[in-house]
Design a protein around this ligand. Structure first.
Ligand code: 5MM
Length: 339
């Protein structure tokens, strides 16, 4: 393992002003997104949609890396150019989602364990050959009555650490994503407690599996109220509590934090990232690795029609620019209206 080279990639992924586009929706998840805009979930439509983002100007300025799904990394654009080449030509880094999804965890009702470790070394070597320089694995931790349990947190953290070690052995930077869901009715303090335990456990497992922290990127949830909570915390409280939780659990050797949006609205996700960077005083770069919060607007603008490609690229460019500014603490909500 060449740690210096891994660190260089990790630093580039979280470079100020840029962030990561999470375009790694599996076929089932992209179907849900396409259903919402009345688009048939065919291989060509998935390709056309992703191609329009990868060809957009925003890629050159605000997108440090793209997380791809297995189908996409092997796909060519309509003119035969590999989609991976469109990404590298834009100066962005191709990445790959390598987990095989969160599955019900036997003996732990209501909880999941992320699978995909078998044969992962060989898969990583093939992805590296195709151009991937980072990977992603997502563990899913729900909050509900009696959940999460210690057993599920520990098993998911262990799998994340095994995955991260395999990535580094194959010269690929692991994005470590332990996502505490915001789907429930819990308050922000419950999210705070669970997030701290999950992060603490994850870093203990990373240590035990000898993962070099300088060669990874953390993709956590923010500390935030559940979506169904009647009295959701405001932007400043989310920013302060997220920074405090991370300072207490994430070692300074990690180059950067790239947050997931987790179901926040576009503007909420941008405002939270911006508020954290305005506060500052932490040892890591903080940026975005958004899926829904970057893509909801372009999907709506595109609606599967060729004549809407420019409008979709503009919508994507706007969100990417807003988040790029937020990664430097230079965003202002007024910019949304102005645009
Ligand atoms: C883009 O969505 C990714 C997951 O797709 P699957 O559910 O099909 O595996 C997801 O892992 C994503 O990368 C992160 O959760 C962040 O996305 P959001 O939408 O939360 O920012």
């Amino acid at each position: 393992m060449d740690l210096q080279a891994l660190n260089k990639v990790a630093e580039a992924m979280v470079a100020p002003g840029r962030g990561i586009l999470a375009a790694d929706e599996s076929t089932g998840t992209i179907k849900k997104r396409f259903d919402a805009i009345g688009v048939e979930n065919t291989e060509d439509n998935r390709r056309d949609y992703r191609e329009l983002m990868f060809r957009s100007d925003a890629m050159k300025h605000y997108v440090s890396g793209v997380i791809l799904f297995d189908e996409t990394i092997w796909q060519n654009a309509a003119d035969g150019t590999p989609l991976v080449k469109l990404i590298t030509d834009a100066g962005s880094i191709p990445g790959i989602k390598v987990d095989k999804g969160a599955h019900p965890m036997p003996g732990f009702p209501g909880e999941t364990i992320t699978e995909g470790l078998d044969g992962l070394g060989e898969r990583l070597a093939k992805y590296y050959e195709r151009g991937a320089r980072f990977a992603k694995w997502r563990a899913v931790i729900d909050i509900a009555a009696g959940v999460p349990t210690w057993g599920a947190i520990k098993a998911n953290a262990h799998a994340l650490a095994r995955y991260a070690a395999l990535c580094q052995a194959n010269q690929i930077v692991p994005i470590v994503e332990p996502e505490v869901l915001m789907d429930g009715d819990h308050d922000i303090d419950r999210c705070d407690t669970v997030t701290r335990l999950v992060l603490k456990t994850t870093f203990q497992e990373l240590f035990e599996q000898r993962v070099a922290l300088e060669g990874m990127v953390l993709k956590p949830n923010m500390v935030i109220s559940g979506k169904k909570n009647g009295a959701r915390a405001g932007v400043q409280e989310v920013a302060e509590k997220t920074i405090a939780a991370l300072k207490a659990t994430v070692p300074a050797a990690v180059p950067g934090i790239a947050y997931l949006s987790g179901g926040q609205s576009d503007e909420e996700a941008t405002a939270h990232l911006d508020a954290m960077n305005k506060i500052g005083g932490f040892p890591w770069k903080m940026t975005y690795s958004y899926g829904r919060a970057l893509q909801a607007a372009p999907q709506k603008a595109w609606a599967g029609k060729k004549e809407n490609v420019a409008a979709a690229q503009a919508a994507f460019g706007h969100r990417a620019r807003m988040n790029g500014l937020a990664s430097k603490g230079e965003y202002d909500a007024g910019m949304e209206k102005a645009a």
